[in-house]
Design a protein. Structure first.
Ligand SMILES: Nc1nc2c(c(=O)[nH]1)N[C@H]1C(S)=C(S)[C@@H](COP(=O)(O)O)O[C@H]1N2
Ligand SMILES: [Mo]
Length: 434
């Protein structure tokens, strides 16, 4: 959508969902009597036509305040993705319903998408170059072939979770993508170790933080603005589980998941895993790139009451993600005639391991321990399963909660924070037994 001014971080879907009249005014220009679209401003009409892929001959008759049907019905518009729920179109954000995340390795078609800007158009793997510079002895410029030839290539199952996953449950609500449960995936990533590449460049002793850059562009179209540029402290950067990845599930990375080259920094907010990776520079300060400062990916240092205003200085950068789990089998809403039910899913705990998994079918009064697998490698989510029994027909909920190796357990209630991050309250599904 060029030529029309949308507020950043809000696409047509979000605009129309929240206030269709206002969205109309912004897209088409304000109508004097508010019940008709105004004389379509050239730019607004062009933008809507571009979104629809056609001119709109009767645009003056379009009633105000509804999503054009062609946009509303668009269900699977992301190439290579299937079954995802679109939360926003600009930037593109889509999550995966829990029951579609049942595989131990998330298929590429079901890996969520979280974009902050406009992805690069047809990026070319042959010409791709990654620069390592800043506080290094020897700056490097590496092609993907250089990476493959000069460093060990490894395959790891690594989970990436958006820090805002679960935001939809916040009350009072937090602005931003209203993720429910599905901004999480654990794909098999192939690449070289970030630590190996940084060491090859020679890390200077005063380097304390990475600063990552990608090839996507800012929603405003301004070349001097970056959609997102985050980094991690050196200690996290040197963890051998971090990858500079060039393959996802034994194939090319999906274009929306960062093809042809991305970082995977598991266990920390997904935003640390820069997509369309072009540069890593080492700095002697905490990186202050786009979405590193202010309240982005930060939470209050101490717990706050829901709705409380928190001074900016009281926010700290999110590091490890908290312990969490999902019920991916069965799908919520199941109706069954059986008195027993197999349930299962995954559990993960940021930098930690999950130690135990429990399931309740009586609203938390009693819990049974689920069978929990070890991760296939560090930072892979862990599979769990259990069989629950129902004493008689009726409505039941299955609740699931994970406990990490420091004995931290998922809460029932949300620890509210202003930006709606880190909701790790337990997942529950509904089951009716006839
Ligand atoms: N270049 C770039 N990298 C990015 C982003 C982005 O917008 N641009 N989004 C980040 C965020 S907020 C998340 S949660 C993950 C999501 O990865 P995915 O889209 O492959 O699921 O990518 C991260 N890397
Ligand atoms: Mo994210």
């Amino acid at each position: 959508m060029t030529g029309t001014k949308l507020p950043s971080e809000r696409g047509l879907f979000e605009l129309y969902e929240h206030d269709a009249e206002e969205a109309d005014a912004q897209i088409f220009g304000r109508a004097p009597n508010h019940d008709r679209r105004g004389f379509l401003k050239g730019a607004g009409l062009a933008a809507m036509s571009a979104a629809l892929g056609a001119t709109i001959p009767f645009h003056r008759n379009m009633p105000a305040g509804f999503v054009p049907a062609a946009l509303a019905e668009e269900s699977d518009p992301i190439p290579g993705k299937e079954g995802l729920t679109i939360l926003n179109d600009r930037p593109l954000n889509a999550e995966t319903p829990a029951y579609l995340l049942n595989d131990a390795i998330t298929p590429t078609s079901r890996h969520f998408v979280r974009n902050n800007g406009v992805p690069p158009e047809s990026p070319n793997a042959q010409d791709w170059a990654l620069t390592i510079d800043g506080l290094v002895e020897k700056p490097l410029k590496l092609s993907i072939t250089d990476l493959q030839k000069q460093f060990d290539v490894v395959d790891l199952a690594l989970q990436i979770e958006c820090a805002g996953n679960g935001r939809a449950a916040f009350d009072p609500p937090a602005r931003g993508n209203q993720w429910t449960y599905g901004a999480i995936g654990c794909a098999k990533w192939r690449g070289v170790r970030l630590a190996d590449v940084l060491k090859a460049a020679g890390i200077k002793p005063n380097a304390i933080y990475t600063a990552n850059e990608g090839a996507d562009t800012h929603l405003s179209g301004q070349a001097d603005k970056k959609p997102i540029s985050r980094g991690v402290p050196m200690e996290k950067a040197l963890d051998p589980s971090n990858l500079i990845a060039f393959a996802q599930n034994d194939a090319d990375i999906n274009p929306m998941n960062g093809a042809p080259l991305r970082l995977v920094v598991p266990g920390w907010p997904g935003s640390c895993s820069q997509k369309w990776l072009t540069r890593i520079w080492l700095r002697d300060v905490v990186h202050d790139g786009a979405k590193m400062t202010g309240t982005s990916y930060r939470v209050p240092r101490d717990p706050v009451a829901p709705g409380e205003k928190v001074p900016k200085d009281d926010f700290v950068i999110i590091q490890s993600m908290p312990v969490k789990s999902l019920i991916t089998l069965p799908r919520t809403g199941l109706k069954t005639a059986s008195r027993t039910l197999d349930v299962g899913g995954h559990a993960w705990a940021g930098d930690r391991k999950v130690k135990a998994m429990h399931v309740s079918s009586d609203f938390g009064a009693t819990w049974i321990e689920a069978k929990l697998d070890d991760p296939v490698n560090a930072f892979a989510w862990q599979q769990w399963k259990a069989t629950v029994a129902f004493p008689k027909p009726g409505y039941y909920e299955i609740w699931a909660r994970a406990t990490d190796d420091k004995d931290v357990t998922q809460p029932f209630a949300i620890a509210w924070n202003p930006k709606g991050y880190l909701n790790n309250s337990m997942h529950r599904i509904a089951v009716t037994v006839s």
